[in-house]
Design a binder for this molecule. Structure first.
Ligand code: ASP
Length: 322
């Protein structure tokens, strides 16, 4: 892949876009992230790497951390940023996605960061746009920068992802985070177990290199990273669990269950947390819960992604981008 304007355009739509050698692509982002963590710790956390470049955020779905994180990342690289708010835009007047993209592109942008409730929208945008497109979460499909920041956080606290036993617990069925994380963690040779009631698992797990359990308590003692997913009630169209109370009774990480984890095991959550549902408030405050570090690392990871797509012209682990 080469940089926009220099031949083939590069995008980050899914973890597989990190190249034919996904692990190598992730490692490249991790190494670059180290240097942007260092930049973020400076008194003036800013470098001129993307001066003159423009990054637009196009969020059709609510977001707190991802949107702020991309915006902060772009600003720390000295890029200009534009924010497209669907609520105050002509989308409300019925403007089509294609017209919206054409309008944004006509202003001259280098990268479009897209979030949408429907899977596949960032890919469609990439087919229309000349700018680099980054998927900031599309429906149940993928959220690649979340997976990258999760890999970085595990590497930071546990020395690496390879060989770690990672339990991904909860609403896997509706989770783009779970899909990107399974792809990234297994590429890095972690052992992933999905823990959920059968109704909250995808109908088919063919091609998912994971184990499955319906019994959280039996899994915890052999878990190095307990990754909790949010119960995504906005994506559930039918009753998949009897009640949230019952879900918490069987799958919530209560203080008693968290005590079953080995010493030093990490507790992670992509946010926003439903405290008292998938995670007890007290567990989220424990020193081994690295949820705030996930958010903090998100900025440096997104700086690395923006820099690789727009700044350096180097490859994401090879020529794998479609
Ligand atoms: N913030 C993450 C996402 O946008 C996780 C979640 O919403 O549950 O997918």
């Amino acid at each position: 892949m080469s940089r926009p304007g220099a031949g083939t355009r590069r995008n980050l739509l899914s973890i597989s876009d990190l190249g034919p050698d996904v692990a190598g692509g992730i490692d490249e982002v991790m190494t670059l992230t180290d240097s942007f963590v260092e930049v973020s710790e400076r008194q003036i956390p800013k470098v001129p790497a993307l001066r003159g470049r423009t990054v637009v955020s196009l969020f059709f779905e609510d977001s707190t951390r991802t949107r702020l994180s991309f915006e902060t990342a772009a600003k720390r690289l000295s890029a200009d940023t534009m924010n497209f708010s669907v609520g105050t835009s002509s989308v409300k007047k019925g403007e089509s996605l294609r017209d919206t993209i054409e309008t944004i592109e006509a202003m001259g942008v280098d990268a479009i960061v897209v979030r949408h409730a429907s899977s596949g929208v960032p890919k469609q945008v990439a087919q229309w746009a000349d700018a680099a497109v980054i998927n900031a979460g599309d429906g149940w499909h993928e959220h690649p920068t979340q997976a990258l920041l999760d890999c970085y956080t595990i590497r930071q606290h546990a020395g690496g992802v390879a060989g770690k036993r990672i339990a991904i617990v909860g609403d896997v069925k509706h989770s783009r985070v779970a899909r990107s994380n399974v792809a990234a963690f297994t590429a890095l040779r972690a052992e992933v177990t999905l823990v959920a009631p059968p109704t909250l698992l995808p109908p088919s797990l063919d091609g998912w290199p994971v184990k499955v359990s319906h019994d959280l308590e039996s899994v915890l003692a052999t878990t190095d990273v307990c990754y909790l997913l949010r119960m995504q009630r906005e994506r559930m169209t039918e009753a998949l669990i009897p009640s949230l109370r019952e879900y918490t009774a069987l799958y919530g990480l209560t203080a008693r269950r968290a005590d079953l984890l080995p010493d030093g095991a990490l507790v992670m959550h992509p946010g926003p947390m439903n405290r008292g549902v998938e995670i007890a408030a007290e567990v989220a405050e424990r020193p081994n819960a690295v949820i705030v570090d996930q958010v903090r690392n998100g900025v440096a990871v997104r700086m690395a992604v923006l820099f690789l797509l727009l700044g350096s012209g180097t490859e994401f682990g090879g020529d794998g981008n479609g």
